[in-house]
Design a protein around this ligand. Structure first.
Ligand code: HEM
Length: 176
């Protein structure tokens, strides 16, 4: 059984995965929106392929984060002090971040596989993507995911401003 003594901060590996995933998501959303809304005379193929390649990296990072979470427990208490209702919201948003990412990536993959494509660049051809349910699901889930990410940011910022000490848990020690 794991010892009950847990660190105050997230581990280095967790921090690297967290910020790399955050940076990729910040790039993925505008990229997805731009590539699907280009004028008719522009070829979106390169952007689609970059979007898919980054999405596959996000998938690997998310799987690594989930596995790593079992091997390396999150700091406790999570986070610090908060009333029961807020802890519930915190846990729901965290679960939404993991679940949302997995679903967004899964529907992206399903859209390409369902259209008869190998879901890996350079096999991705925008014109050949069929109007199948995973396509709509990916578009809708991407927005749901953005709402979850914004909730996550709002929670962290409001906790940091009122009580402090939460952002530093995801930053390298020297930067605090
Ligand atoms: C972090 C993960 C991801 C995010 C945040 C994301 C986000 C988005 C967004 C915002 C759009 C535009 C939706 C719209 O038009 O309103 C989009 C479209 C698209 N995404 Fe993703 N995506 C992710 C992962 C993936 C993955 C892993 C794949 C494929 C393997 C993928 C394939 C696509 C494709 C093909 C489209 C174009 C859909 C169409 O033409 O209708 N995405 N994505």
């Amino acid at each position: 059984m794991k010892a009950e003594i847990r660190p105050e901060s997230y581990s280095k590996i967790t921090q690297v995965i967290h910020w790399a995933t955050a940076a990729l998501i910040i790039a993925m959303v505008p990229l997805g929106l731009i590539m699907t809304r280009l004028p008719d005379d522009a070829d979106p193929t390169a952007l689609y392929r970059v979007h898919v390649a980054l999405g596959l990296i996000v998938l690997l990072l998310t799987l690594a984060r989930i596995i790593w979470r079992f091997l390396d427990p999150n700091p406790t208490p999570e986070p610090l002090t908060m009333p029961a209702w807020r802890r519930l919201v915190f846990r729901a948003v965290n679960a939404g971040l993991y679940g949302g990412l997995v679903l967004v990536v899964a529907t992206g993959l399903a859209m390409l596989v369902g259209s008869g494509m190998v879901p890996v660049p350079p096999e991705v051809v925008p014109d050949q993507i069929d109007d199948i349910p995973p396509r709509t699901a990916h578009r809708v889930l991407a927005w749901v995911f953005v709402i979850i990410v914004v909730s996550h940011l709002a929670g962290v910022i409001s906790y940091q401003l009122t009580k402090g000490g939460t952002l530093g848990r995801m930053l390298p020690r020297k930067a605090r």
